[in-house]
Design a protein around this ligand. Sequence first.
Ligand code: FAD
Ligand code: NAG
Ligand code: NAG
Ligand code: NAG
Ligand code: NAG
Ligand code: NAG
Ligand code: NAG
Ligand code: NAG
Ligand code: NAG
Ligand code: NAG
Ligand code: NAG
Length: 645
Amino acid sequence: MKLNLISGSLIVAAATVAAHPARTNQSEYEYIVVGSGAGGGTVASELARKGHSVFLIEAGGDQGLHPEQQVPGLSFASWGVYEGNSWNFYINHYRNQTQARRDSKYVYRLTDGSTYYGLDPPPGAEPLGTLYPRGATLGGSTQVNALNWAKPSDNDWDWIANYTSDESWGAEAMEKYSIALENCLYCAANDTDRRRGFIYSNRNNVTYVTGRPNVAQFMSDAALEVENITIRDNNHLTELLQRDIQSKEYSYTEGIYQLVISMNETRRRSGSRNHIIDTINAGFPLTISPFSLATRVLFNKDGDDVVAHGVEYLKGEALYAGDSRYDPAQSGELKTVTATREVIVAGGAINTPQILKLSGIGPREELENLGIEVIVDSPTVGKYLQDHPEGVVRMNSSVPLGGDPMDNCRPDLGTEDPCLIQWNTTGTGPYGEGAAPLLMRYRTSTSENEDPDVWIWGFGGLDVRGFYPGAATPPPAPRTYSFSMLRTQTLGDEAIGAVTLRSANPRDVPNVDFDWFPGEAGDKELTALVETSDLLYRIFDRATEPVAPMTRVQPAEGVQDIRQNMMDESYGHHAGCSCRMGTGGVQTHCIDPQLRVNGVKGLRVVDASAFPRILSAFPQYPIYMLGLKAADMISAAASNSSRSY
Ligand SMILES: Cc1cc2nc3c(=O)[nH]c(=O)nc-3n(C[C@H](O)[C@H](O)[C@H](O)COP(=O)(O)OP(=O)(O)OC[C@H]3O[C@@H](n4cnc5c(N)ncnc54)[C@H](O)[C@@H]3O)c2cc1C
Ligand SMILES: *[C@@H]1O[C@H](CO)[C@@H](O)[C@H](O)[C@H]1NC(C)=O
Ligand SMILES: *[C@@H]1O[C@H](CO)[C@@H](O)[C@H](O)[C@H]1NC(C)=O
Ligand SMILES: *[C@@H]1O[C@H](CO)[C@@H](O)[C@H](O)[C@H]1NC(C)=O
Ligand SMILES: *[C@@H]1O[C@H](CO)[C@@H](O)[C@H](O)[C@H]1NC(C)=O
Ligand SMILES: *[C@@H]1O[C@H](CO)[C@@H](O)[C@H](O)[C@H]1NC(C)=O
Ligand SMILES: *[C@@H]1O[C@H](CO)[C@@H](O)[C@H](O)[C@H]1NC(C)=O
Ligand SMILES: *[C@@H]1O[C@H](CO)[C@@H](O)[C@H](O)[C@H]1NC(C)=O
Ligand SMILES: *[C@@H]1O[C@H](CO)[C@@H](O)[C@H](O)[C@H]1NC(C)=O
Ligand SMILES: *[C@@H]1O[C@H](CO)[C@@H](O)[C@H](O)[C@H]1NC(C)=O
Ligand SMILES: *[C@@H]1O[C@H](CO)[C@@H](O)[C@H](O)[C@H]1NC(C)=O
């Protein structure tokens, strides 16, 4: 095994990337990783911790110590309010534009350059699609997400093991990665298997639910509808809410719970960014190249083999068209870097297929039409794109719900904000609270096994309905309950979504078409959303004064066809599966179960794209686990040969 002897690679030890760029001009590393999110950040850190030299290419910079990324209570703002954190894509939920534009969040560009979203665009408006943000910063989407933390069901991993005929993806074999990942701060100190990892998990202060009578009453009504349990008093409600949804006992049980959130003791976001910085600070040979947009993978011929040997990238800030600061005139500096072992692409479910296609790996016709030289005709790259379509139910109460802990905050991150001061100095208060305080698990008639197949989460007093321009600063909605719901048992081979190139320009965004709810499998997803809406309506029907009578906001009063409304108004942000693993080779799968890109050597994909079906309600947990497994597989392969393929 080749140890970390490349000169200069051990010198790197920077507290923050922007302030201290890597003090080396080295241009050769064992591994190059593109993208520092849940997948890329993890595999890069773990390979470095195993002694390998790693060069991590990230389009964005590091803002991990800034409150805009650290404050859990403002996570909704992290992707959309501050520049340099994320990229905005405009996607189509359906290729059928009549259906796609039934989304009230569908965005148009107006002739004066501004945007409009809604159902009545003025004449001449150019249709863009529905807003779909992705993190573009050190740590990727884990630095802008809502911190919700959910271990997948064993059945989900076993499904992949069955699909790939590879037991190493089964729940039993994957458990060691969960142990290596999780550091559960609310678990007992002697629960050692859950207190070892590098991502901290924590829970909201339950008094923010139980201390609000109208909200506590809703959760009590929910306990009765979902579990047939009559809540006796606040202590009883507290006890039920604090059952650990991540434990074996409760993760398979319908009921009311608290969401778990990826944040640490002082209630700062815990994500892939901290793991990267900790890895560098501990002296492992990881070098970050921030503000670097990978444009393509470079290949060599080795006999009959085509071997990935490096990456070409543009150095510069905001070079991608998804960036709100994008300026086509700023073209950056073209650079290359060489990998002596492997290149790992981890740009996320939209960018990974784009990078592969720009590198010549993709459907022949699509590449040739754009003048891209075909390295491998790989028909499924970008295909089978999936998501969790999240249905929405919003209800208005007759009175403000009251007791909102955010009421006294001034969420502008200014020095006058009492909530910011409290969070900063004591690690407590409303800013230390994660996104969705109200959680239910529910099993619909469509569940393919014994698992509750649906997650329902929501808010009392915050109006959440998906992504649209301005959604990062939701207006106060003191009377509104808003709930999102999704089915975890997503599509597999039935998925027909795709990421396709718009142009051969690596700075351009691709087309993203989800084509939700296809065929019989899609029909089940829709049925699950409709049944879950019915559950929520049964809970709201129990409301008494002063909140009653309740009025329907979404689906609106009088909407008869709930199913159509779910098709129109659902939103998503868990894209995956666009370079899915499986057996059968290049005709049917983008990568094999070792995550190696079919048709070439020395190239892997380690991010949400790799799954043949999205795992869990909240995908970050399993993507981190995938990154840990990938580091083991890649390092084991390295010990066999001077090059690992
Ligand atoms: C607003 C929002 C809320 C979410 N909420 C939750 C939640 O509560 N819980 C949960 O589990 N999941 C949530 N998710 C989803 C979760 O964060 C993602 O599924 C996960 O981070 C994906 O991991 P990844 O490694 O595939 O990609 P990402 O984490 O997206 O990382 C990809 C990285 O690659 C970089 N990159 C892309 N292309 C290039 C290129 N060409 N050159 C250089 N760098 C490149 C990007 O800048 C980015 O940093 C949310 C996502 C969003 C956007
Ligand atoms: C790296 O290269 C830059 C310019 O290319 C130069 O200014 C710098 O001194 C070099 N650093 C080292 C450590 O060689
Ligand atoms: C497109 O969507 C509309 C609205 O849902 C539907 O009425 C129409 O049948 C669809 N067209 C096709 C070709 O499926
Ligand atoms: C396992 O895979 C086979 C073949 O794809 C499929 O027929 C079977 O239903 C799967 N079993 C489970 C439990 O998913
Ligand atoms: C942890 O300690 C508690 C009580 O102190 C005990 O009941 C429990 O069994 C212990 N758990 C483990 C995993 O040792
Ligand atoms: C939870 O919030 C209450 C106020 O609602 C406060 O008294 C208590 O100290 C908080 N607990 C923790 C652990 O932060
Ligand atoms: C609900 O619980 C009550 C008693 O607590 C019981 O009588 C009833 O049968 C239960 N209903 C269902 C559907 O389980
Ligand atoms: C919590 O996270 C912050 C910000 O990343 C970090 O500075 C701090 O050291 C962490 N605290 C602990 C106890 O890990
Ligand atoms: C948090 O407190 C530290 C130490 O007092 C201070 O330097 C920093 O500016 C504060 N940050 C915010 C966002 O208030
Ligand atoms: C819900 O209530 C708010 C007042 O809090 C009001 O502004 C809004 O119009 C109501 N929405 C509906 C659909 O009734
Ligand atoms: C290493 O090589 C041996 C013998 O060729 C092979 O059986 C094994 O699968 C290889 N291991 C990896 C991780 O590639």
